[in-house]
Design a protein around this ligand. Structure first.
Ligand code: WTA
Length: 666
């Protein structure tokens, strides 16, 4: 890849605002300057396998070194480092202690109410081992699946590490998902055990976890679960089912603080994480141990330039892939110190993030555009919660993830949080990619607000048309990755055909990984900008959701709903908002009645999927706009959702009059 040079930034493009990384950061960075970036890209281009093999040898500790790098025999089911043996938890914990970091703080946990606890590497290892032994004591071993349904906590991180230690495959379910969603994931994974807590504490409130597990287990399909291990977070009242439910602390009490790691093959599934696709059912994205951990460590090192004395804070929840890669695995694999935050950015007030950066002297801060946009609003309304009221001078690098960051939010983040001295890494990646794919490197890449800039070294990202042909820069197209990379999704759990169809479609002769996003490269700089999903996936506050998933949730309210169509519309704060068009089995309601039914439907979706999937707008019609052949005209619905005048050809529309009905918001 021919990358742009720092020195050329002045005359690159008149209309692009370009921010060069600060010289002192460039001087000390792991990847220092564009020449170093270019050299890494050239190395990968010259010999893709040798590039990744070198990184895997340098960054990971192997019990048995691999001799094979990439096996493409069964493409697109790729295997990396397949004859190597390693353990992810050994790499994240033991070896840091062997390197003398036993007393170094691994986790700085800040509770919702502000209490802070430091956990050293030695303490985290001891906790992980006791938990691993506890899991063994209830019969969990290599290859078994364990569901983790817990909020941000030291126990949450330790539970993931404990599974990795004994070769069990974890599947973390975000604490905001409902009993139905949890049940679906338990059933699909066939998990033997669930690790949960009595409750989660967020924004000063206790929200149930154990009770939701109880409900999920009564919904059917969960016979695989024999034990539920419960962390006592806040002494909330829970009911314990004899023989099935155990307090984790009691089970761990007498367990030894050492536990020999289970050395697993590099391809052994480290975790399954469910994410939304185009169809109704979320897919269990399967990640490997070796390749995944390599990219987690390498991207933490290069994209965040993590050093021994950094205080790293990724605000994501461990229920999402960002929390997996940049809380549980990446920073720990490098022996870093990181923050684990239980609460929410707006409690006790919208200055919480800034106060925590000040208190803990955070040096690297990684968050989502949605959070930034909502904090901008709060800061503009009230000086006390404006970043200028805090000492944020410890910061050296900022990051963004999960959705496009609009240039205005980028500029604000850069100026007011980063004091115009911290590079922003706008990291594009996905649950399926395991780690960063397209991102600036903070000591190398000149930044352009709104662009995720250039591919990470070794990632063969490209933009093609429907036939798989490269499109020229300046022309939008479909984002693909032309070569396999170590941390890529291995399959969809239990559904290899769906994996093939979703990610290696026949359109590209099964050769390219299809990201599902559209993108465009700048005509002059070659920089990538992600233009949004090209499938039926929505991105609301950085949370991925399928329109069909929400539609099925709506129509599952069988007593009320005849038909539903869901589309996204732009939203200033959440990026996209969910807009549902619903045909009821009864006459179209208006006024107060419509409001009441809309609320009922929102609650229903909350119960089926989780509160994050509740539609912002619900609109009722006697019908949906359909072609004469009965196809719902979604493009039309997107315009209606935006409140735009209809400019499209509606001559094929059978029932134009319903457009008026559907423009009314309840
Ligand atoms: C979107 C989150 C623009 C994109 C790590 C992708 C982004 C989906 C960015 C994956 C970014 C993520 N700029 N869009 N920097 N990062 N996306 O699986 O549409 O929850 O396909 O992974 O989020 O979401 P997921």
């Amino acid at each position: 890849m021919k990358a742009i040079k720092t020195e050329e930034t002045d005359d690159m493009s008149e209309d692009l605002k370009i921010y060069a990384p600060p010289a002192e950061l460039v001087a000390q960075a792991h990847v220092s300057g564009m020449a170093a970036y270019d050299a890494l890209c050239a190395e990968a281009e010259a010999d893709h396998e040798a590039f990744w093999a070198r990184q895997a040898r340098e960054l990971l500790s192997w019990k048995k070194p691999f001799t094979k790098v990439l096996n493409e025999a069964d493409a697109p089911f790729f295997k990396w480092f397949e004859d190597g043996l390693l353990n992810a938890s050994y790499n994240c914990l033991d070896r840091n202690i062997e390197r003398g970091l036993g007393d170094k703080t691994a986790l700085i946990f800040e509770a919702d109410g502000g209490e802070v606890t430091h956990t050293s590497y030695a303490q985290l290892l001891a906790k992980t081992c006791r938990m691993a032994n506890a899991l063994k004591a209830i019969g969990i071993g290599k290859g078994d699946r364990v569901i983790i349904y817990i909020s941000m906590s030291v126990e949450g991180v330790a539970a993931m590490q404990a599974c990795a230690r004994i070769g069990a495959t974890h599947s973390v379910v975000f604490g905001g998902f409902s009993a139905h969603s949890l049940r679906d994931r338990i059933e699909d994974t066939g998990a033997k055990a669930v690790i949960t807590a009595d409750c989660q504490v967020r924004g000063g409130k206790q929200l149930p976890l154990k009770a939701i597990v109880d409900e999920a287990l009564t919904l059917g399909g969960c016979d695989s679960v024999s034990k539920v291990l419960v962390v006592n977070r806040a002494g909330a009242k829970v009911s314990m089912t004899e023989g099935r439910d155990l307090w984790l602390a009691e089970l761990m009490k007498d367990q030894p603080e050492t536990c020999e790691p289970e050395w697993v093959e590099a391809e052994h599934p480290l975790f399954l994480l469910y994410t939304s696709g185009s169809t109704g059912k979320p897919k269990g994205v399967q990640h490997s141990t070796g390749g995944y951990l390599l990219h987690a460590a390498l991207t933490t090192k290069w994209t965040f330039d993590l050093k021994a004395d950094d205080i790293f804070w990724c605000t994501a929840d461990i229920g999402w892939v960002t929390g997996h890669t940049y809380i549980t695995y990446g920073p720990l694999a490098l022996g870093g110190t990181e923050i684990v935050f239980e609460g929410v950015p707006t409690y006790p007030d919208a200055g919480r993030f800034w106060k925590m950066i000040q208190d803990h002297k955070v040096t690297i801060f990684y968050t989502a555009p949605t959070a930034i946009r909502s904090l901008i609003k709060a800061a503009e309304a009230k000086d006390e919660v404006h970043p200028k009221s805090y000492d944020l001078s410890s910061l050296r690098i900022l990051g963004s993830v999960g959705e496009p960051i609009n240039p205005a939010a980028w500029e604000w983040y850069y100026q007011h949080v980063g004091g115009s001295r911290c590079p922003i890494v706008d990291t594009f990646w996905q649950t399926e990619t395991g780690g960063h794919m397209i991102t600036p490197l903070p000591g190398a890449t000149p930044m352009v607000p709104g662009s995720c800039t250039l591919p990470f070294p070794g990632i063969a990202a490209a933009i093609v048309d429907e036939t798989g042909k490269d499109v020229p820069n300046g022309q939008g197209g479909i984002l693909v990755v032309k070569k396999p990379w170590p941390s890529m999704i291995r399959t969809i759990w239990g559904d290899p055909e769906r994996y093939k169809k979703s990610y290696y479609p026949a359109d590209f002769q099964g050769k390219y990984y299809l990201a599902g996003d559209g993108a465009i490269r700048d005509a002059k700089t070659g920089y990538f900008t992600i233009t949004g999903r090209i499938d039926d996936v929505l991105n609301v506050s950085g949370h991925r959701m399928g329109t069909m998933e929400i539609e099925s949730a709506l129509v599952s309210c069988t007593e009320l709903v005849a038909e539903a169509a869901v589309v996204g519309r732009p939203d200033d704060t959440t990026g996209e908002a969910i807009c549902a068009f619903v045909v009821l089995k009864r006459p179209r309601p208006t006024g107060e009645e419509a409001k009441a039914i809309a609320k009922q439907l929102r609650d229903h979706v909350g119960k089926e999927i989780g509160p994050i999937a509740k539609p912002k707008d619900i609109r009722f019609g006697d019908n949906l706009p359909k072609t004469r052949s009965g196809k719902i005209m979604r493009r039309l619905l997107r315009q209606v959702a935006k409140g735009e005048a209809i400019t499209q050809d509606i001559s094929t529309l059978e029932n134009p009059a319903i457009l008026d009905q559907l423009s009314q918001v309840n």
